[in-house]
Write a protein that binds this ligand. Structure first.
Ligand SMILES: Nc1ncnc2c1ncn2[C@@H]1O[C@H](COP(=O)(O)OP(=O)(O)OP(=O)(O)O)[C@@H](O)[C@H]1O
Length: 254
């Protein structure tokens, strides 16, 4: 569904203070899967995610989405293409001066959907995330979990094929985290949306993902499948991410 080929991204103007956030990463995300990207702080996970929908343009390499090379698209083509990828964030990024409905409506307004269809789609999306009764509330009145549900509804409004999630549960307590992971699983299972989730929380990967890629120092250092039957309990330990998630006897298929 999304394929990165030898993708690199550096920050900084001067040659001597350039920081290589992502270095020569090649990675394929299969259609319909939930794919986790895990690694320590500063490893380049968020940058990698933003490269997947070209919110960051790579310095080198190719970003292929559904068979199309996005690195050769014009700005206008890219804006239209991006509607096929929704995104949610740790801090929800809702517009505080718009109601829940207004927030979900934003991407539909940008896409030029007529008012009546927009209202119908907003209702559908809010029903899907279980927030129909909050349509006219403002974000400030909602709990963290409800805010993330609104963000998910907004991300789904344009019928995306892919949902990118940047630390979606890192601001939430454990119960609310489980709740939001349930919503994401529901999105994947009922709508067939491919989900890519960046997190530093081992539990999130263990509960949700079918495949895991590990990033360290801007590089992809490991990639393996996670089957429900060989998921070890995700405890923090000095072991590698692979050992923590698969157990020492876990099978691998790099
Ligand atoms: N817009 C930017 N300008 C300059 N440097 C950046 C920018 N975005 C990221 N970086 C740097 O790139 C490196 C990778 O950052 P990134 O946020 O991708 O890592 P991460 O693994 O997601 O970390 P965290 O888990 O702490 O969010 C870091 O050193 C960061 O400071």
């Amino acid at each position: 569904m999304i394929s990165l080929q030898e993708v690199s991204k550096s920050y900084g103007q001067q040659r001597n203070d350039r920081l290589a956030a992502v270095q020569e990463v090649t990675l394929s995300v299969e259609e319909g899967t939930i794919h986790g990207i895990i690694g320590p702080s500063g490893a380049g996970k968020s940058t990698l995610l933003r490269l997947m929908n070209m919110l960051e343009a790579p310095d080198a390499g190719r970003v292929i989405v559904a068979g199309q090379d996005w690195t050769v698209l014009s700005e206008g083509e890219l804006r239209r293409a991006r509607r096929s990828i929704g995104m949610i964030f740790q801090q929800f990024n809702l517009l505080q001066n718009r109601t829940v409905s207004g927030n979900v409506s934003v991407s539909l307004e940008l896409a030029g959907l007529p008012r009546k269809e927009r209202a119908e789609r907003v209702r559908e999306c809010l029903r899907f995330v279980g927030l129909s009764d909050k349509a006219e509330e403002y974000p400030a009145t909602l709990s963290g979990g409800q805010k993330q549900r609104v963000a998910i509804a907004r991300a789904l409004a344009n019928h995306p094929k892919v949902l990118l999630c940047d630390e979606p549960t890192s601001s939430l307590d454990p119960n609310t985290t489980n709740d939001i992971l349930g919503v994401l699983r529901h999105v994947n299972e009922t709508l067939g949306v491919t989900i890519i989730i960046v997190t530093h929380e081992m539990d999130v990967v263990a509960q949700l993902c079918q495949r895991v890629s590990v990033m360290e120092d801007g590089r992809l250092t490991d990639s393996f499948a996670l089957q429900p039957q060989n998921r070890a309990s995700a405890i923090l330990s000095p072991k590698s991410y692979r050992e923590q998630l698969l157990g020492t006897e876990g099978v691998s298929d790099v």
